[in-house]
Design a protein around this ligand. Structure first.
Ligand code: SME
Length: 157
């Protein structure tokens, strides 16, 4: 049984520093992928209150919607399309301060204003992406990139 998340206050760094050991605790000893992805998105959503937090999983030649928290979203994204498909293609984290200025951005909700997408790499290949949307402009920066990359490293795919 998981215990309640201890929510942190303070700077973004301080919040991640308190959250990450708890996420490691949630993942520890649990091999089920869906359970782990579900708890990671729930923990991030609970701590930061972002508009949408979720995973897309690489299945054949598409990204397919996985566990998420937030409003219903697009289910399939092609390689190279949108921020998620671009992160998959470029194999790197993409920070989008204003989604309206990202050519090809896929608007699952008009309320999403900024976004970060972190690829999950295993054996040199992207197996999934973590997508986080905010209803505020300029929400994400290199601090989020660093800690979210650390979090996805912890998940056993
Ligand atoms: N905006 C994303 C699509 C996924 S939704 O934001 C949940 C994109 O452009 O890839």
């Amino acid at each position: 049984m998981a215990e309640d998340l201890v929510l942190a206050e303070g700077s973004k760094e301080e919040q991640y520093e308190v959250l990450i050991p708890q996420i490691k605790g949630l993942l520890d000893g649990e091999p089920d992928l869906v359970a782990n992805l579900a708890n990671v998105v729930a923990a991030l959503k609970e701590q930061f209150g972002w508009f949408w937090v979720g995973f897309y999983l690489v299945k054949n030649d598409e990204l397919v919607l996985g566990p998420f928290q937030g409003p219903v979203a697009c289910t399939r994204i092609r390689f190279g399309k949108g921020v998620c498909g671009s992160s998959w293609e470029q194999q790197k984290t993409l920070i989008v301060p204003d989604v309206e200025k990202f050519p090809g951005h896929i608007a699952c909700s008009s309320l999403s204003r900024s976004e970060i997408v972190v690829p999950v790499m295993r054996d040199g290949k992207v197996v999934a992406v973590l997508d986080v949307d905010s209803s505020a402009l300029n929400e994400f920066d290199v601090v989020d990139a660093k800690f979210l990359e650390e979090i996805v490293e912890e998940i056993a795919f």
